[in-house]
Ligand binder design. Structure first.
Ligand code: NAD
Ligand code: ZN
Length: 355
């Protein structure tokens, strides 16, 4: 079977296109009584963006905190907050922020129409009911969360996404001006997420012409942004993230992401930086990509944290390894159908001990 994947219904791209949000939402508001929920990264709570939100009537702004990556318990609490605010469903959930905030918006839009806890749906195609209309507006570029069919959540047992067709945004607004103010190191780490998506997709066994087309375009854009620089870098980075996300929609990520999920679950390491920490040790799997990555690290004066997992207690290393091994499609994409013969628990632990 070939994957018949759902794509975003509507996309707007361009500098200043955020100003169209009001018009876009006008279509979604049934009447003056309907309301929209804006889930916005709290980094913008005291900034100019706040005054640009097209808030009307009964609309609700929730400032979300992403110091920790999204947890299922946080999604449940936000869902309860929206339900407590009104007995009717909102006409839309608008997520404005980086990958964490966009994922929270996706997850809340799903949990408003599906019973139970977000942790019940971590996995593949467990969501039964369509979500509330939801739109994503990135303020950082690289995760591809704006195009993906997943919302990555840390639950009580595992870090695993709610993967479903209903997860996909109905609308995205790609305005490169919104990413201009991101701190340089955060921009780099999140940008490298896209670079690594492409290396893993382009070197994976699941690769087909569809993934290759998007992956090659994205990796070229990453090179222009992180090796050459230039005035259009924000526009290019935004499109690199989009194309990188499209590339893995039809293929998969690989060794770096599997190991980075383990690090994140046990140590709370954020996705972008976690990927960078792991990728630096993967010469064996992605030699050319790792070499080029090191040039980018050097050019941007980034100092990667070291010795995070080295010296960690055995039970924590075991848990890290468990979390990494659950991600079977990633290993199969990276190493082929016989991956279990190539990668063992011991091998993974030995790699973690070097990080
Ligand atoms: P993030 O959303 O976690 O944000 C990182 C930091 O940057 C936060 O402190 C945030 O407040 C701040 N920030 C965001 N935009 C800013 C701006 N314009 N100016 C100043 N500060 C800003 O970072 P991210 O790397 O975009 O997202 C990582 C998250 O995305 C992880 O939770 C990861 O699991 C998830 N993810 C999801 C997918 C998916 O397909 N759904 C894919 C990859 C990663
Ligand atoms: Zn990623």
């Amino acid at each position: 079977m070939f994957r018949n994947f759902k794509m975003i219904s509507r996309v707007v791209f361009g500098r200043g296109c955020f100003n169209q949000l009001d018009d876009i939402l006008a279509d979604k508001r049934a009447d003056d009584n309907s309301f929209i929920v804006f889930l916005v990264d709290d980094v913008f709570e005291n900034g100019a963006l706040k005054g640009r939100l097209p808030v009307k009537h009964r609309d609700l702004i929730i400032w979300v905190n992403v110091d920790d990556e999204p947890k299922t318990s946080y999604v449940d609490a936000l869902t309860e907050q929206v339900k407590a605010y009104a007995s009717d469903l909102p006409a839309g959930i608008i997520g404005i922020g980086g990958g964490s905030t966009m994922d929270l918006a996706k997850a809340v839009s799903l949990m408003l129409t599906n019973p139970g806890s977000a942790s019940d749906y971590q996995g593949w195609d467990l969501i039964k009911n369509p979500a509330v209309y939801h739109a994503g507006i990135p303020t950082l570029s690289g995760t591809g969360a704006e195009v993906s069919r997943t919302t990555v959540l840390t639950g009580p047992e595992k870090k695993l996404g709610i993967n479903s067709d209903h997860t996909v945004f109905d609308q995205i607004i790609l305005d490169p001006e919104l990413i201009a103010g991101a701190p340089a190191d955060q921009r780099f780490y999140t940008g490298m997420d896209t670079y690594i998506h492409c290396v893993e997709s382009l070197n994976g066994t699941y690769l087909n012409a569809f993934s290759k087309a998007y992956g090659e375009k994205s990796i070229d854009l990453c090179r222009e942004v992180f090796l050459d620089g230039g005035p259009d870098s924000d526009d290019k980075l935004m499109m690199a993230s989009y194309c990188g996300g499209m590339s893995i929609a039809y293929s998969q990520v690989g060794v770096c992401h599997a190991l980075s999920y383990g690090l994140s679950f046990v140590l709370g390491t954020h996705h972008g930086i976690g990927n960078c920490i792991v990728f630096d040790y993967l010469d064996e799997y992605y030699p050319e990509g790792v070499n080029e990555f090191r040039r980018m690290v050097e050019k941007h004066g980034i100092t990667l944290p070291r010795n995070l997992a080295a010296g960690l207690e055995e039970d924590k290393l075991d848990k890290m390894t468990d979390v990494a091994l659950v991600l079977e499609p990633l290993w199969e994409n990276a190493l082929g159908k016989n991956w279990k013969k190539i990668i063992t628990r011991e091998k993974i632990k030995e790699m973690y001990k070097r990080m």
